[in-house]
Design a protein around this ligand. Structure first.
Ligand SMILES: CC(C)(COP(=O)(O)OP(=O)(O)OC[C@H]1O[C@@H](n2cnc3c(N)ncnc32)[C@H](O)[C@@H]1OP(=O)(O)O)[C@@H](O)C(=O)NCCC(=O)NCCS
Length: 126
């Protein structure tokens, strides 16, 4: 999997248990994977249609570095499904823990806001 993006967990990112708020993590993976996909497919008018099989595996805490990894799983006509995995990498202890995994599907839109079959013409380089 490719390293997609990284975030430092800051106090504002925490919930009242002092763990990273799950909604913040979801927004980081959605945004990071959207940029990853846009770059791979050379097309930016995409929307998220689904985030499937979201599993929160362990909590992250302030000071952890969240590393988000991704890969493309499959292309449809207008849709692209990706796999993402985020880990914490504690810079002091070097301890790695898996935080979340998910499969995220994005749909390419045309100018009319409807699904656009981008992958009829575009194939990913091997
Ligand atoms: C994305 C959207 C335009 C799709 O419209 P739609 O009429 O449902 O589209 P379709 O049923 O023709 O499906 C389009 C593609 O999405 C795929 N799809 C539909 N539902 C899906 C689901 N639950 N999970 C994964 N893929 C799905 C279809 O298989 C199809 O793929 P293909 O073209 O590769 O064969 C519409 O659902 C939408 O606007 N959703 C809101 C998106 C949004 O606001 N996201 C959050 C902010 S980015």
């Amino acid at each position: 999997m490719d390293l997609v993006t990284q975030h430092l967990v800051q106090p504002d990112d925490l919930n009242y248990h002092n763990n990273l708020f799950g909604g913040k993590m979801l927004s980081w993976i959605d945004e990071g994977m959207a940029m990853f996909v846009m770059t791979k497919i050379q097309y930016t008018n995409i929307v998220t249609i689904s985030m499937d099989n979201v599993v929160f595996r362990s909590p992250a805490r302030a000071g952890d570095i969240i590393q988000i990894y991704g890969k493309v799983l499959k292309l449809g006509k207008s849709s692209i499904t990706s796999k993402t995995l985020a880990i914490t990498n504690n810079p002091e202890t070097r301890k790695l823990s898996e935080v979340i995994e998910s499969e995220i599907t994005y749909v390419c839109l045309g100018e009319n806001g409807k699904p656009y079959p981008h992958f009829r013409k575009f194939t990913l380089p091997t």
